[in-house]
Design a protein around this ligand. Structure first.
Ligand code: FEO
Length: 175
């Protein structure tokens, strides 16, 4: 059974994962209107992943005798300055998520809730991957600078990456 402290903290995380999904969805939609199909496919995929993160938490809370609350939707930004600024925002956002996950882990230790502590390890590893990927993309975009040709190839790279993610999810293991 979850303590009320852990339950409240997990529900706060559900809200953050849901808003991450909305945020990336807004970025994906903007990128699609700019003709950046690869970038948009990648971001649509990322939005789906965040929804999965949210669902996983919600189901865990319910399984442990709590109540996973579906949060209200907040309007994310509609337009973005540039592709580089989009991915800088992704990185900043993921760093914030990592901080929150670490805070959650700390709460579970204080509450001696080792089951939730164990469950959260998946999120700890996931955040390492997500931050590393966002950082790698931001570095690439720094190299590209204002080069339109570079952006074209970058868009194609992300299209390939998005397709590979979809294929991996359809594979025997999935996520
Ligand atoms: Fe679910 Fe990207 O953190």
């Amino acid at each position: 059974m979850l303590s009320s402290k852990v339950s409240t903290a997990l529900n706060k995380q559900i809200q953050l994962e849901a808003s991450s999904s909305q945020y990336y969805l807004a970025m994906a939609s903007w990128a699609e209107t700019q003709g950046l199909n690869g970038i948009s496919a990648f971001l649509f995929g990322h939005a789906d992943e965040e929804r999965m993160h949210m669902l996983k938490l919600l189901k865990f809370v319910n399984e442990r005798g709590g109540h996973g609350v579906v949060p209200a939707l907040k309007q994310p930004p509609v337009t973005f300055k540039s592709v580089k600024s989009v991915f800088e925002e992704v990185l900043k956002h993921e760093m914030k998520v990592t901080e929150e996950i670490n805070g959650l882990v700390e709460i579970t230790l204080k509450e001696k809730d080792y089951t939730t502590h164990n469950f959260l390890q998946w999120y700890v590893s996931e955040q390492i991957e997500e931050e590393a990927l966002a950082r790698q993309i931001v570095d690439k975009l720094k190299l590209i600078g204002d080069d339109k040709g570079g952006l074209y190839f970058f868009d194609r790279d992300l299209e390939t990456m998005a397709a590979a993610e979809v294929a991996a999810e359809k594979g025997p293991k999935g996520k």
